[in-house]
Design a protein. Structure first.
Lengths: 348, 502
């Protein structure tokens, strides 16, 4: 009996170009990064005005941009940080630059993605490019961030509703979860010092509202209130952001989805090279599951977060090596190693 | 529009003095067709009732309404990314090809005539290419001068003796047609390399039906949606022998190419991967694409890259766009490349002049579509005629494209004519001459309302083992008053081309 595959009923037997896989992953990463950045700017705006945060400096830290930022700015003032992160086309980590990078990836993916996905990104990028200094005045910034968040969520919704569920969508979702996991660790990390036992301000009003702003940045404030009621101890907030199974931006949640997507590359598409990556993600998940929040804090929260970030970077590197290896050099003597920047990764 | 679409610069001409105005209803009340052949209002003989119906519907629209619809159409094209991209140093700007809402209509008999003519022409071109890369009978018989072919910059020595599947070289062709005062279709030039613009044919139809549903309602048109399927089928047909389930890909120079949208469009319509040079690799003279599951074989390539960029090993060593070793794999018969290499010799301006003879030579038929009357200055009669009538002719060097080095007799000064005659006598073989063609016009939305603007027509033919012609084709329109240049780079736009179904 001859076996015939029903191409509609079975998973697509079509191979996926390596370049498409790479672009799918980075499209998702950049869009997720834009949304996170818009959230942080929005929340910082609100809380710095109320004198409760040193947030502008923190945004520069979170993106590991100190060197580049202070090369052209003497002080991390609101105006300068906002301009640097929203409209500065020279800054590769600005929302405008990230959106352009997302759009270039989407442009390469146009054979795969829906017209709606492309069209929305096209209009979004157009809008960002048109922003001028007067559009990022303090009076405008909250509305602007709301618009940017909404555009990112629209992208997510259109993608959910129209992106064909084959390999490319697994790479896309893996990218989103990887970025989300990375962002949450960075967000926690900028406040880790308030958990150090020596600090005078620990447990103070200021300290608490700083953690409140972290929760708000992650869109987790109301969920946290509902679940944790009056417990606003920093360690509880950290515990929620790292380990809540139900909070969509918690580290544990992102890692679970990441694991699921990469596992399916192996099981559904027989991509054997995914095996090693799955194991690394399992190792990472165990590192989180096997410790209580108390233990993590006692042993060193900053060190833990740093370890998670390095693991995530390794996952990205291994995915790249497995699925979009550089072409075999025709005559190059030594393999070229790509220097990863210490913190935020970007497409090489 | 990129690629060879820009090469078809048509002749410049003068607008004739106005003929008596013809009053029509509504939007057409001020429409003056200036005694040119008009595609909509005086297309010879009693008009088809459906054309009358269209005219009535259009005429009944308010100008403001039509302008709103035009603005909506433009915004939609822009937002959907139906654009070509112009890159400057720091920026990329997406531009749309201006779209005019008034369709250009071909009756079914008109279309059948064009279709048969295009098919005949493509058949002759393919036979000519096979011959000149094999026995060269047509050269031995002195029908076409040998030097014109083998001395041509586009003659590709790598193609000599290579047996391409189906004997097909020109898988995709675009034939640029114009209509003269009588409405007679004339071939202005052939595009046998990588003709572009077909995506606009299909997208224009979609836009038309969205923006003008009331105008198009109930008029039965031949569909244009089939192009991708036909192209995919043709390329699979001519894959190397012995491959059961051939993998077809579209090879694009990449996202920075101005015609990238069209490449995306075609890849999607064909259901094949859009690859760039970096996605392909050659091992043991076989072509593979890089996928997440490793290397996968590729059998047919629809390339949207010119010959010289295809393979740095064979042509331009500095090209980063191509695939090293591709030509060698091609020579081994392991890959089909569409269009084949070296087809540029067939759409050369000088060879064009011989096309009627080429058709008679291989097919023993008269050309169905006539060339614009062309005088070959390499021949004594042609030279004599050109010298004697230069003030009424367009004379152009055969090796140039884009209108470079040509003279438009009626526009030239006495000194310029004298100077050109000297050049002609010094090197007659380098020139051909043609009369100035008074291109047909079509009503087009302009500043003051509907005005006549000159149009051409580029039908697209797809050839695997046989030839299929997409009904209609790209109608380009010169938006500037009096201009005969339809190129997008020089103020040209496009129209939806309707072929009546019966």
């Amino acid at each position: 009996m001859s076996m015939s595959l029903d191409p509609v009923a079975t998973l697509s037997p079509h191979p996926l170009l390596s370049r498409y896989a790479e672009c799918s992953m980075w499209l998702a990463r950049y869009m997720e990064r834009i949304e996170n950045l818009a959230r942080i700017i929005d929340v910082t705006e609100t809380f710095v005005r109320s004198g409760a945060s040193d947030g502008w400096r923190a945004i520069v830290q979170i993106n590991a941009d100190e060197e580049r930022f202070y090369a052209s700015h003497s002080k991390a003032t609101a105006d300068r940080v906002i301009a640097f992160y929203v409209i500065d086309a020279e800054n590769p980590t600005s929302i405008t630059s990230l959106a352009l990078a997302a759009r270039e990836n989407a442009r390469a993916l146009r054979p795969l993605i829906s017209t709606e996905m492309w069209s929305q990104l096209n209009i979004f990028t157009q809008f960002l490019r048109g922003l001028r200094a007067e559009d990022i005045r303090p009076s405008e910034i909250s509305q602007l961030c709301a618009r940017i968040k909404q555009e990112c969520q629209t992208h997510t919704g259109i993608t959910e509703g129209t992106f064909y569920r084959d390999q490319a969508s697994l790479f896309y979702n893996a990218g989103r979860q990887l970025e989300r996991a990375d962002q949450i660790t960075r967000l926690i990390d900028i406040k880790y010092h308030t958990l150090l036992p020596v600090a005078a301000g620990v447990g103070s009003e200021v300290d608490i509202s700083q953690w409140t702003s972290v929760l708000r940045s992650a869109a987790g404030y109301h969920a946290y209130r509902r679940v944790m009621a009056g417990d606003l101890r920093p360690s509880s907030v950290v515990g929620f952001l790292l380990k809540s199974e139900a909070f969509p931006r918690s580290l544990v949640c992102s890692l679970r989805h990441l694991h699921n997507n990469v596992s399916r590359l192996r099981s559904d598409y027989r991509l054997r090279d995914a095996g090693g990556i799955v194991e690394r993600i399992e190792f990472l998940r165990a590192g989180l599951d096997d410790q209580t929040v108390g233990q993590i804090i006692t042993r060193g929260l900053h060190e833990f977060l740093d370890w998670v970030q390095r693991q995530l970077q390794d996952v990205q590197t291994e995915v790249a090596q497995a699925f979009w290896p550089p072409p075999r050099p025709v005559s190059a003597p030594d393999p070229v190693t790509i220097e990863m920047s210490g913190q935020t990764q970007s497409q090489s | 529009m990129g690629d060879s679409a820009d090469e078809s610069v048509t002749h410049h001409g003068t607008q004739n003095a106005a003929s008596p105005p013809q009053h029509r209803e509504g939007l057409f009340s001020g429409y003056l067709n200036d005694a040119f052949f008009c595609e909509l209002t005086n297309s010879g003989g009693p008009p088809d009732p459906r054309i009358l119906q269209l005219r009535e519907r259009l005429g009944a629209l308010e100008l403001g309404d039509l302008r709103n619809r035009a603005a909506n159409a433009e915004r939609e094209l822009y937002n959907l990314g139906i654009t070509f991209t112009v890159y400057s140093e720091r920026n990329s700007i997406d531009r749309i090809l201006p779209f005019d809402l008034v369709p250009r209509v071909l009756t079914n008999p008109e279309w059948r005539h064009v279709e048969a003519g295009v098919r005949q022409r493509v058949t002759a071109l393919n036979m000519f290419l096979w011959d000149i890369y094999h026995d060269q009978a047509i050269l031995k018989d002195d029908v076409v001068p040998r030097e014109l072919v083998v001395g041509n910059a586009n003659y590709c020595p790598q193609m000599i003796g290579l047996d391409v599947p189906g004997k097909t070289y020109v898988h995709v062709s675009g034939t640029d047609l114009v209509r003269d005062d009588d409405g007679t279709f004339l071939v202005l030039e052939d595009n046998a390399r990588t003709p572009s613009g077909v995506s606009y044919v299909i997208e224009n139809r979609h836009t038309m039906l969205r923006v003008m549903p009331d105008v198009a309602a109930g008029i039965d048109l031949l569909p244009v949606d089939d192009y991708g399927v036909q192209l995919q089928k043709a390329l699979a047909e001519v894959a190397p022998e012995g491959v059961d389930d051939p993998q077809v890909v579209l090879l694009s120079p990449g996202i920075y190419n101005s015609a990238y949208f069209e490449h995306v469009f075609l890849a999607r319509e064909m259901g094949v991967p859009l690859v760039e040079g970096q996605d392909l690799t050659i091992e043991n003279d076989k072509v593979y694409m890089r996928t997440t599951a490793g290397l996968r074989p590729v059998h047919s390539i629809y390339r949207r890259l010119n010959d010289e960029f295809l393979d740095p090993d064979a042509f331009n060593p500095s090209s980063m766009l191509g695939v090293p070793g591709l030509v060698s794999a091609y020579r081994k018969g392991n890959i089909t490349i569409a269009n084949a290499l070296g087809t540029g010799v067939a759409d050369d301006k000088a060879v064009y002049a011989y096309l009627p003879r080429i058709i008679r030579y291989y097919l023993s038929e008269e050309p169905i579509l006539k060339n614009v009357e062309t005088h070959i200055c390499a021949e004594p009669e042609g030279l004599a005629y050109t010298l004697a009538n230069l003030e009424n002719l367009v004379a152009k060097p055969v090796g140039e494209s884009g209108g470079y080095g040509l003279i438009i007799g009626p526009h030239a000064t006495r000194e310029e004519l004298a100077e050109f005659r000297t050049k002609l006598r010094a090197d007659p073989a380098n020139y051909i001459s043609q009369p100035v063609v008074r291109l047909s016009v079509s009503p087009t939305l302009c500043e003051t309302g509907l005005e006549p603007r000159h149009v051409d027509l580029r039908p697209f033919a797809v050839t695997g083992r046989s030839t299929w012609v997409l009904p209609g084709g790209l109608s380009r329109v010169a938006l500037k008053r009096g201009s005969l240049v339809v190129n997008s780079s020089q103020g040209g736009g496009s129209k939806d081309t309707w072929v009546l179904a019966s």
